[in-house]
Design a protein. Sequence first.
Length: 299
Amino acid sequence: MGDKTETNILGRIQSSAVMTRDPAGRDVQILEDDKALRIADECCCSLHEIYTEALGAGIYPYRYLRNRDVISLQEQFNLVNSCVAVVGLGGLGGQVVLLLTRIGIGHLVVVDNDVFDETNLNRQALSSKKSIGRAKSEEAVDVVASINPGVNVTPYQARLDSSNAGDMLAGSDVVVDALDNIADRFLLERETKKLGVPLVHGALAGFEGQMMTIFPDDPGLEHIYGDEKVEKNDPKRPEAVLGVPTITPSMISTLQAMEVLKIILKRGKIFRNIMVHVDLEGGQVSQFAFECENSSGKR
């Protein structure tokens, strides 16, 4: 946008913003969604651009008001200007997409070659009776738009491989591993390392799950799985034998989404070279720290 257009948009935002009080009784200037949408329509721009301009001017999009005490205005601005790729839109990926949409990530890249079927309804947050037979990536676009139209979504109905990963993941600040087999996880790890992008790994089986963040110079998945000589569709793999009840992906995806926030906002304890293991039925959360010879991988 040109300077005059940006000035015009900012002027409209400032004239449409109002003062309100947050739940703690503090005054805050906010921009409500209906007004933001009207400005976007009149100025022929996206709601994402309106949110960016508003936050840059110290005005909160009203939907983010309850983030305010734990996410500063500058941090919310950083989230709105970040890009996260979610590879796999099933039990883990669907929940991650919803969480990042509500928290205010500005751009999501969603990757999955599959369509929804009836067995997905027990756990996959993007699935519904109406979505059966529809591409998961297409459904993600519509669901995100229905929750937060200020989030841009780039969908890929494709299986990620070495020939397309670079193009699909380019520009991402963080990539989320929400895949369902070890072979594809190793492939995704290799590609994110090539791009120099951190990867947030998650996996589950039954009422147990795990999560770990992998930076480009970390050993990563070999800590957990050893080498990658595994079958993609091994019928004896844990998730096939133990199943995937909805409670477990909800927990692990929450840990993954929080890890994404910590990476982007550069705060908190990142689980780098540390695997978090959750046993929901046993009521245990454990951390396993791995030795890392590379000095750059020190925690």
